[in-house]
Ligand binder design. Sequence first.
Ligand code: F0G
Length: 433
Amino acid sequence: MSVPQTRQRCASCGHELSDTDAHTRCPRCQGLLELHHPEPTGGGAELARLFDQRLAVRTGPHASGVWRFSEMVLPAASGDIVSYPEGNTPLLQRAAVAEWAGVSELLLKHEGLNPTGSFKDRGMTVGVTQARRVGATAVACASTGNTGASLAAYAALAGLPAVVIVPQGQVAIGKMAQALAYGARTLVVRANFDRCLELADEASERLGVYLLNSINPFRLEGQKTIVLELLQQLGWEPPDWILVPAGNLGNTAAFGKALSEARRWGMIGRVPRLGAVQAAGAAPFSAGFHEAFVRRHRVEPHTLATAINIGNPASWDRAVRAIRETDGVVTDVSDDEILEAKAVVDGCGVGCEPASAASVAGARRLAREGVIRPGERVVAVLTGHVLKDPAAVTRYHVETAPPPPRANRPVEIEPSLEAIVAALQVTARHLRS
Ligand code: F0G
């Protein structure tokens, strides 16, 4: 009897490929591929116990917050894993954020604390490992910044050349700096992200470069571990809600897949509701949700949260499935709401980039609308680090006029104690005590 193996299956036509096939789309119909793993023979509870035992592991692949869950990620990968390690991010509780959002229990899953400062590392460790498994000679992606930063770092780790394609003037400085520093060939295109992705898709096909955008199913397997890890941190007791910022919809799709597998395999008794939060200026998925997804939307995107400035999300169909299977919702929040949420998250010492704060702004929106009910436990995912976009910080705190409610203006002074005393509006005695 043959041992069951992970297969890739086209979500559109059902065509099956082995897990070492190098196509990143279905070779028959160009549909998106999806991984199917063999069910654990011992059941979900035993698998959860195995994952818990591995928490004590300090070296090797199982020390990673991605590869700890290898049976649900890429069971066949072993000796050739490309890992920092990544994951193992904290689940934080900050009263000021919960109070601002009007949610009784709000936990922050801080993915900004990954090696390159965003959740992308979870998908990229799997994607670049897979690039090696299929013998890729180069890797590429289109990016609003974080995917490119992560790809550049993991490709450098694997010794593979990387090409990063970004929209001109729409990538935060920290992310651009990373792509350059880690040595990726960085192409700045005079167009938006959606066009960059079309180009990356076309170019990778023509040039034989392995594409590592989130249409690549191996990326999503890694991103599933955000959910697996937070469930583990909660003792496999699911929260009522998981809120996530939504752009190209890779995470929304990955979260849905993680939850449906965890439920099907018996690791959890019920499925939390997913809340996908878009920026109002780039909200095609929210528009689709509000008309029951009868058609696909495409918009010309405009938001200050550049990470999610996306008008034609690639993982639309699988994200629709994720929302349906989790009784989820999609909402959108204005740039002002995002910036205020960010100021609250930053102000309690946690810090995140603008797009990440969409999940917290979404929590407030949904609580105010009564969708999130009193007493419900909510996990909001913070997708990227505060230092990714320092320009957004200075714009809010230094440049915006009139100053927004939480602006923390720096004060320029003469080099004297009197000037310090005057600026702090205290007496010299206060300073001494
Ligand atoms: N938050 C951050 C910080 C991101 O960088 C992204 C996506 C998202 C949220 C949205 O996630 O696309 O899975 O819905 N950034 C991609 C990039 C597009 O190129 O870095 P999604």
